[in-house]
Design a protein around this ligand. Structure first.
Ligand SMILES: O=C(CO)[C@@H](O)[C@H](O)COP(=O)(O)O
Length: 222
């Protein structure tokens, strides 16, 4: 499968969000990555489902919602109703991951799990069949513009090997510090989706940067 690019609107200009979504709509981006932060699970507050609801009608791109919030189960239906196509919750934020995956899928959305940099990928293996997307955090969640944590690479390889061994369709998404400097090595390790915030929105030409990230075409070898 050709890899997908999901620009993170955490790095967009919040005063011109409509303009930035229009830019993504016209671009070759595959998904729009929506980072929801509550000031409790992470030490930052971004935006919630009212913003998702406002941007949803502006594009038909997949809305990839990453909930960095405590008690995510309380808000799954609200995010689905606001237009989330993928709802990703944190492993570290729930005691009932299997049930939460079922809850998300019951809304019609795809179900994702995000792992903080310190959380082992094998903790997901018992319920991997239930997970549509694993988002491996390659920075500590909460802020854009951080440095990529290189130990993520081995996690990508280990997870990819397990997904292929079991012939599953679970996608691997990498989130944090991703750009042209590490896209190729991430794809070689087995990544399917690259989230890029600063790399896209701080570029002189964001649409060109999206094209460049899409063109990184390494053969996947594990
Ligand atoms: O979830 C997060 C941060 O918590 C990410 O989605 C960042 O928004 C990615 O930003 P860059 O590292 O690409 O600037």
């Amino acid at each position: 499968m050709k890899h997908l690019i999901a620009p993170s609107i955490l790095a967009a200009d919040f005063a011109n969000m409509g303009r930035d979504i229009q830019m993504l709509h016209e671009s070759n981006a595959d998904w729009v990555h929506v980072d929801v932060m509550d000031g409790r699970f992470v030490p930052n507050i971004s935006f919630g489902f009212p913003v998702l609801k406002a941007i949803k009608p502006l594009t038909d791109k997949v809305m990839d919602c990453h909930l960095m919030i405590v008690e995510p189960e309380k808000y799954v239906e609200a995010f689905a109703a606001a237009g989330a196509d993928i709802i990703t919750i944190h492993y570290e934020a729930t005691n009932h991951l299997h049930r939460a995956m079922q809850q998300i899928k019951a809304t019609g959305a795809k179900a994702g799990v995000a792992l903080n940099p310190h959380t082992r990928v094998d903790l997901l293996f018992d319920i991997l069949e239930e997970i549509d997307l694993v988002c491996l955090m390659s920075v500590n969640p909460g802020f854009g513009g951080q440095k990529f944590i290189y130990s993520t690479l081995q996690k990508v390889r280990d997870l990819k090997a397990e997904i292929e061994r079991r012939n599953l369709t679970t996608k691997i998404e990498i989130d944090g510090g991703v750009g042209l400097q590490n896209a190729e090595v991430l794809l070689q390790a087995g990544a399917d989706v690259l989230v890029a915030g600063s790399a896209v929105f701080k570029a002189d030409n964001p649409k060109d940067m999206i094209d460049k990230l899409k063109q990184v075409g390494a053969e996947k070898v594990i």
